[in-house]
Design a protein around this ligand. Sequence first.
Ligand SMILES: [Zn+2]
Length: 339
Amino acid sequence: MPGTEFPGRGRKVDNARVITWDAHACLPLHPQADLAPLERFRAAGVNYVSINVGMDLNPVPQVLAVIAGFRQHLAAAPERFVLASSVADIEVAAGAGKLAVGFDLEGALPLQQLPEMVALYRDLGVRQIHLAYNRNNSVADGCHDAERGLTALGRRIVAAINEAGVLMDCSHTGRRCSLEIMAASRSPVIFSHSNPAALVDHGRNVTDQQIRACAATGGVVCVSGVSIFIGSPAPTARDVARHAAYVANLVGVEHAGIGLDIGFSQDGLPDWGEGPIDSDFWWPPSAGYHDALARIAYPPVETWRNLAGELRGAGMTADEAALVMGGNMARVARIAWRG
Ligand SMILES: [Zn+2]
């Protein structure tokens, strides 16, 4: 979009510290999942990726087994992977040609209604948490459920997330509830994988009001590459750039990021964890998931190679594209993680 003026234009990037950051990806939720797909992120120039270790639909023993399995697989390949605790760790890993990895939780149920569980998960490698996965729970509202707002327990958990030095995420969260979380958080808040509802009208996408509130916290809206949320049956880097440019145009380029949310299936392993899952509950047909789940498509990991060019094509300078591809998330993580 030639002639586009991004608010915040002119911000200079220190190229020595630029890192690329994918705020969300999903391997099969199984301790034996093959981490080989992570090698593709490294090869595509990504320096940090956050991978899901559990959702509201997974019982705690399953979440812990996944964390144990992923930690062991990462530790077995120290020449390629680092479990990052800080942005400094990511910078060191990037300098050595390694991929830094962090874990994220999708939903507060694995916390078992105990704010003190946040610090425990942090010590196990969890660097980012959102409070509800599509449906309401005792802590917060999901984006496909009745609006109630953040509960009293939810306020204590937001404080615990801030205190523990974990990124407060609002993807999958109810709209009103997300606004209340953003008002309550003392650290910048992110949407790790959410697209503008103004471009694709879907309950999982975020309104301009949510995007503005996120920017007001100093945070970042990371756009996903998922077909049904990005509005393309075969998502490309150009689609991702268009959604990121929308956020940049609305609230400033320093508040746009990338969380492609690529899901990797592997033969013989369940994507969502062992055991039966009530898919109509977690992905309600009323929200348009009935056929969409079968048709879901992701951009290839190698999309990362084309993103800078497509962001430039969407009107950004090279420095602005670097902010969107990771500089912004590094800024926010330095504050939230305190390092
Ligand atoms: Zn998700």
